[in-house]
Design a protein around this ligand. Structure first.
Ligand code: DHB
Length: 300
């Protein structure tokens, strides 16, 4: 019922572990696959080791989850030794990479491609680091990143992860499609800030962070809806998806796959099984046999 495919990659269901959540090591990625995710995305890696930001890096209040982790990570060369390959896990793996320069985007893409992931996701849109250039906000720079990553990815499909912190996400989507992207991941986190009235200071050490969690869902749904209207390539719809009904709504906006990240915090790692069961219950009740029947249906 939930079987699906994207860019030729077959999945047992459309849920994907979003980047940055429990995807730092090979065993943790594999575990999330066994917990029920249809595919799993690694935490983004660049050419160098990064320690990330100082604490506090996370803050949760109700439906808002704010973080400025700062992309800590082991660096690509060390990851190559640890992961060895990415095609021998329980589910397809999406390798996630970024660079500060175009050249680095190309180099890290080539390195992750050597591990044979099912797809490569290019993170041009983390709100918590300085890339050196505004890849997330410039259609021409995003197109350049897409071209260099495509050139270095070989046959592995490339998805560009777009930011909601832009004036018009349609323009960004069109630019990366034209540059050869195979898919779009939408969206990364939305920038935000929380202040503690008692200390009279921003709560996060980095002051600003990225909002995820249920509060992000309407933003993500709107972005996926607009992207679906604009491009033909498939969309991995990510942002605030917590329940099966959320996932169905994301598919109705136009998503082929549905990213699940912060919901692991709210509902535990078994959230993938729970979401899939809830999707199936909704589908049975509404006499839907395949998600194709409802993909993008909100546009009609
Ligand atoms: C981080 C990276 C992201 O891409 C994001 O959306 C939020 C946080 C980080 O590691 O800081």
């Amino acid at each position: 019922m939930l079987k699906t495919s994207i860019c030729g990659v077959k999945l047992k269901n459309p849920t994907v572990l979003a980047s940055g959540i429990l995807g730092v090591t090979k065993p943790s990625l594999d575990r999330m696959g066994r917990e029920g995710a249809g595919a799993v995305t690694m935490k983004s890696l660049c050419h160098e080791e990064r320690s990330g930001n100082n604490n506090p890096t996370m803050f949760n209040e109700g439906e808002v989850f704010l973080n400025a982790v700062g992309l800590p990570g082991q660096g690509m060369d060390s990851a190559l030794k640890d992961f060895k390959r990415l095609d021998d896990l329980s589910v397809p793996v999406i390798g996630s990479i970024y660079g500060y320069t175009l050249k680095q985007f190309g180099q890290v893409t080539k390195k992750i491609a050597s591990l044979n992931p099912a797809m490569i996701e290019v993170n041009i849109s983390c709100p918590n680091i300085h890339y050196g250039e505004n890849y997330d906000n410039s259609p021409s720079l995003a197109a350049k990143v897409t071209k260099i990553c495509k050139k270095n990815a070989g046959k592995i499909p490339v998805s560009i992860k777009l930011s909601p912190n832009v004036y018009d996400i349609k323009v960004m989507a069109k630019a990366v499609e034209k540059a050869g992207a195979d898919a779009i991941t939408a969206i990364n986190t939305l920038t935000g800030m929380s202040i503690d009235a008692d200390t009279r200071k921003p709560i996060l050490k980095a002051k600003t962070g990225g909002i995820s969690g249920p509060a992000l869902k309407p933003v993500a749904i709107k972005c996926v809806y607009e992207i679906y209207k604009t491009v033909k390539i498939p969309i991995i719809g990510t942002g605030g998806i917590t329940t099966g009904k959320d996932a169905i709504e994301m598919v109705m906006a136009g998503a082929t796959l549905v990213g699940v990240g912060t919901a692991c915090y709210y509902r535990g790692p078994s959230v993938f099984k729970k979401i899939c069961k809830e999707m199936e219950t909704w589908m049975k009740k509404n006499k839907i046999k395949n998600l194709r029947e409802i993909r993008g249906i909100a546009h009609k």
